[in-house]
Design a protein around this ligand. Structure first.
Ligand SMILES: NC(=O)C1=CN([C@@H]2O[C@H](COP(=O)(O)OP(=O)(O)OC[C@H]3O[C@@H](n4cnc5c(N)ncnc54)[C@H](O)[C@@H]3O)[C@@H](O)[C@H]2O)C=CC1
Ligand SMILES: CC(C)CC(=O)C(=O)O
Ligand SMILES: [Mg+2]
Length: 359
């Protein structure tokens, strides 16, 4: 197969972890007889520096033409002026919206060798395997924003159709897993959450009687997620709650640097990125954990290119590297980004990636 992959390194550690991811992509392509053509483009602060806007028109056009998009991260302290009207994060939000990527899949499955990196007691982590489906193109991140000298407001809006489609996506994903969905909202306070809960209940009753649905308020969910993580299968929630809960869920895995994501719409191009940000505190030092970006490559191979064997090979190579305690500092190790990537490539070459030619 030949696939056109747009790569958006972005800012901070974005270019460092994206480089790791593209090396893995090239290795998988070479071993399986695929050509993955890499097309780098600007986004975020790097794009603002180059041309004054966080999502240049040629970047968006290239993403629309691509088979898949791989992104690092955007933002950073050089953009610390929060009053600035043009910000790196706007580029990523606009990209998600323009591509219609309403479902952000964030799997969390702690690796046995990395349990010590988590502050949670190990016996609570064994067997944890959950998937957060975060609504990605609605809610407060996209609502009208107002600012005066003495006040500010951010509008949070959801339509019935926006809730229906993400609930459907979560229920379908649950069918292929353990058949359980927890829908997270703040329906005791927010009108958008009351709509969310009504729609979730109706869609579930009408179309997914075989799936178990529960509702949970977001504040207590933040506690349950750490106290009894093994009980959760699919968690579906709105944009901001999903953003916050998944950074919290990174504690289960041991580091933000371990969690990948896939952002999907109905057909069309998918966007793949680690859930972490540009990590300005460690950027430029070659020590960022590349596993989240590499595991995002596995999700790209699976969801956009339908290359399940190749996706599994990448996941197996990562798993074997973790088994061997190939760790960056965030996991308690001493290795840098490049050394970890080399170890994953070695695993792919050794046994995780059997040579098999495809069309
Ligand atoms: N998808 C994106 O592009 C995102 C961008 N951001 C942006 O990133 C910037 C920094 O935000 P923060 O709140 O500091 O979040 P962050 O995720 O960049 O960093 C939080 C903490 O996790 C660590 N960390 C993150 N990724 C790591 C990795 N791969 N390896 C090792 N350690 C890692 C960092 O060093 C830091 O201590 C902001 O400008 C924010 O807007 C934040 C989240 C997502
Ligand atoms: C626009 C991003 C900075 C939001 C975020 O933190 C994320 O998507 O994880
Ligand atoms: Mg986030």
């Amino acid at each position: 197969m030949r696939a056109e992959i747009v790569v958006l390194p972005g800012d901070g550690v974005g270019p460092e972890v994206t480089r790791a991811a593209t090396r893995v992509l090239a290795e998988v392509g070479a071993h399986h007889g695929h050509t993955f053509a890499i097309h780098p483009h600007l986004i975020g602060g790097a794009a603002i520096d180059a041309c004054g806007e966080p999502l240049p028109a040629d970047t968006l056009a290239a993403c629309r033409r691509a088979d898949a998009v791989l992104l690092g991260a955007v933002g950073g302290p050089q953009r610390a002026n929060l009053q600035a009207t043009v910000r790196p994060e706007q580029g990523l939000l606009a990209l998600r919206k323009e591509l219609g990527l309403y479902a952000n899949l964030r799997p969390v499955k702690p690796h046995p060798a990395a349990l010590d990196a988590s502050p949670i007691k190990p016996h609570l982590l064994v067997g944890v395997d959950l998937l957060v489906v975060r609504e990605l193109t609605g809610g407060i991140y996209f609502g009208d924003k107002q600012r005066s000298a003495t006040a500010a407001s951010d509008l949070c809006e959801y339509s019935v159709a926006e809730v229906e489609r993400v609930i459907r996506r979560a229920c379908k994903l649950a069918r292929a897993r353990r058949g359980k969905v927890v829908s997270v909202d703040k329906a005791n306070v927010l009108e958008t959450s009351r709509l969310w809960r009504e729609v979730a209940t109706r869609v579930h009753a009408e179309e997914f009687a075989d799936v178990q649905l529960e509702h949970q308020l977001v504040d207590s969910m933040a506690m349950h997620l750490l106290a009894r993580p093994r009980e959760f299968d699919v968690i579906v929630t709105e944009n901001m709650f999903g953003d916050i809960l998944t950074d919290e869920a990174a504690l289960l895995a041991g580091s933000l640097g371990l969690l990948p994501s896939a952002s999907l719409g109905d057909g069309g191009v998918g966007l793949y990125e680690p859930i972490h940000g540009s990590a300005p505190d460690i950027a430029g030092r070659g020590i960022a954990n590349p596993y989240a970006a590499i595991l995002s490559v596995a999700m790209l191979l699976r969801h956009s290119l339908r290359l399940e064997d190749e996706a599994a090979a990448v996941e197996q190579a990562v798993s074997r590297a973790l088994d061997a305690h190939v760790f960056t500092a965030d996991l308690g190790g001493t290795l840098g980004t490049e050394a970890v990537t080399d170890a994953v490539l070695a695993q792919l070459q050794a046994e995780g990636c059997p040579v098999r030619m495809r069309d």
